[in-house]
Design a protein around this ligand. Structure first.
Ligand code: RIB
Length: 312
């Protein structure tokens, strides 16, 4: 069984600089190795779904870019991954989104996004894309486009029978009526804390069940807590699974969460059970953190299968 995936979200050109340590407020640090790498949480998820779906799962992206050279690069990167970009439209009023990213020697990053054209995606434009959701198995969302556009797209996806997956990043508190349209909510630790209006702190796997239960009370049908090197925790109120992370040498965590979500969506679209889908998503994310950049780090389907089948 396979079904199609629709991704609604942002496209950014990432300006990436390697640094020894992330700058503190007021500090100037000397960086190395500047690179421009296609990114944006929405585009990363679409690119990963295209690569991991390997042609068997059709992926379509809805979003906004500007009229500039970055737009061409971003659309080309998605098209090369097999993604349908015919619903990525250009706006004259704003430049293509960019993200300024510093990556330190331990692979941790700081990101500032200048949203540009991503913020020109409107709820009324989304209403014109009903046909994009028709027949789709899953629709993926994040929060780098305006919230009313996300809410409209979630409603449309539900009406057309697609399962919805929301990555609540960048973190912000969300209204209950929006969360009630979410089938699978996938926060990391800090996003989970912000959704629950509590102080951001690390979450251990032992604390995950209570946190997931609180998140379920906000309205989604299922929650997957992304716990970084501690793996992830799935809970739908009945079944609960802790899926451990694969241990790898971390180079850059940018887009690991996006790769995870797309891997999960592809595996679900292919009919894998949730335990298998979490393992597949963890493997794709693990490979991505061993490489620099967002879309440049996303593995192919063959690489994930080789990783899962490697001798141990
Ligand atoms: O999730 C990683 C992404 O966040 C980067 O590619 C950057 O563009 C920001 O949107």
């Amino acid at each position: 069984m396979t079904s199609n995936i629709v991704v609604v979200g942002s496209l950014n050109m990432d300006f990436v600089v390697m640094v020894n340590h992330l700058p503190a407020p007021g500090e100037t640090v000397l960086g190395r190795d500047f690179q421009m790498i296609p990114g944006g949480k929405g585009a990363n998820q679409a690119c990963a779904a295209g690569k991991l779906g390997s042609g068997a799962v059709a992926t379509r992206m809805l979003g906004r870019v500007g009229y500039d050279v970055f737009a061409d690069h971003l659309k080309a990167s998605l098209a090369a991954a097999g993604v349908d970009v015919s619903a990525v439209h250009a706006t004259r009023s704003q430049p293509t989104g960019v993200a300024l990213i510093w990556v330190d020697k331990d692979g941790q990053n700081s990101i500032v996004v200048a949203s540009g054209a991503n913020h020109a995606l409107t709820a009324s434009e989304i209403q014109g894309h009903r046909a994009s959701f028709r027949g789709a198995g899953l629709a993926l969302f994040q929060l780098e486009t305006p919230l009313d556009a996300v809410a409209a797209a979630l409603a449309l996806a539900r009406e057309e029978g697609a399962r919805t997956m929301l990555d609540p990043a960048p973190a912000q508190p969300l209204p209950r009526d929006l969360l009630e349209r979410v089938d699978i909510l996938t926060p990391n630790e800090s996003e989970a804390c912000i959704l629950l209006s509590r102080r951001v702190s690390r979450v251990t796997p032992a604390e995950a069940p209570a946190l997931a239960a609180e998140l379920l009370r906000l309205g989604p049908k299922a929650v997957i807590l992304k716990l970084g090197e501690q793996g992830c925790y799935y809970c739908d109120g009945q079944a609960a699974i802790h899926s451990p992370a694969f241990q790898v040498a971390v180079r850059d965590t940018t887009a690991a969460g996006d790769t995870f979500n797309a891997g999960l969506a592809v595996a679900i679209a292919e009919g894998k059970n949730i335990g298998e889908a979490l393992r597949f998503a963890n493997a794709a994310a693990a490979i991505s953190v061993t490489r620099l950049g967002a879309q440049a780090s996303i593995p192919s389907r063959a690489e994930v299968e080789a990783f899962l089948n490697r001798p141990r």
